[in-house]
Write a protein that binds this ligand. Structure first.
Ligand code: SF4
Ligand code: SF4
Length: 179
């Protein structure tokens, strides 16, 4: 258990691999519904397979996948057209240079340069991330326990992160003040 907790402490709210939680709250806007979002992520993943996975997995393929739509275009459900389902509840952006920290290089090979630049706000931090960065290891551990009890799916986790609701609930549960 100690080892599990240590590995969780090395995690980050955007991707909590050990909890099988992927957040995509800031990978979109004007969300319609969970069903629509999941369907659009399925379509993205289908495109990714056809354009990238079934081919040479080159940077050119990755850029071709990214550029199949305009920079500011999002799907009808609101989700970014670059978000891919890599299986086992892991959703991630193949344009991210650190994607291989959470997805095997057999599935996607991280680009050397950040291919997201110009396509989204790569420096965005939601309230969860801002507070995570201020938390000590005990508070982070408590937050992880809080998440385990909540048993959210990726959609719920994403929406609650980007709205700021989740971290607020956590602090309220600990009876701590946000400011
Ligand atoms: S909404 Fe927050 S936790 Fe989710 S991906 Fe964006 S920065 Fe990470
Ligand atoms: S380009 Fe990648 S990180 Fe940026 S919004 Fe789209 S899926 Fe998210």
């Amino acid at each position: 258990m100690a080892e599990d907790k240590n590995s969780l402490m090395e995690s980050y709210p955007c991707q909590l691999k050990d909890l099988k939680l992927s957040c995509y709250g800031c990978c979109g806007d004007d969300w319609t519904s969970k069903a629509d979002v999941e369907n659009d992520i399925w379509l993205n993943s289908k495109d990714f397979k056809e354009i990238y996975s079934d081919n040479e997995k080159s940077v050119l393929d990755l850029e071709f996948f990214r550029d199949r739509f305009a920079k500011d275009e999002v799907s009808k459900s609101g989700v970014c057209m670059n978000l891919v389902d890599f299986g086992s509840r892991c959703l991630a952006c193949p344009l991210h240079p650190k994607v291989n920290k959470i997805v095997s290089c057999k599935k996607t090979v991280a680009p050397i340069s950040d291919l997201r630049v110009g396509h989204c706000d790569v420096n965005y931090e939601c309230e969860t991330v801002k507070f995570w960065n201020l938390m000590n290891s005990v508070q982070r551990s408590e937050f992880i326990e809080f998440l385990i009890l909540k048993d959210l799916d990726n959609y719920e986790y994403s929406m609650k992160n980007v709205s700021g609701e989740l971290i607020k609930e956590f602090f309220e549960s600990k009876k701590l003040k946000l400011d």
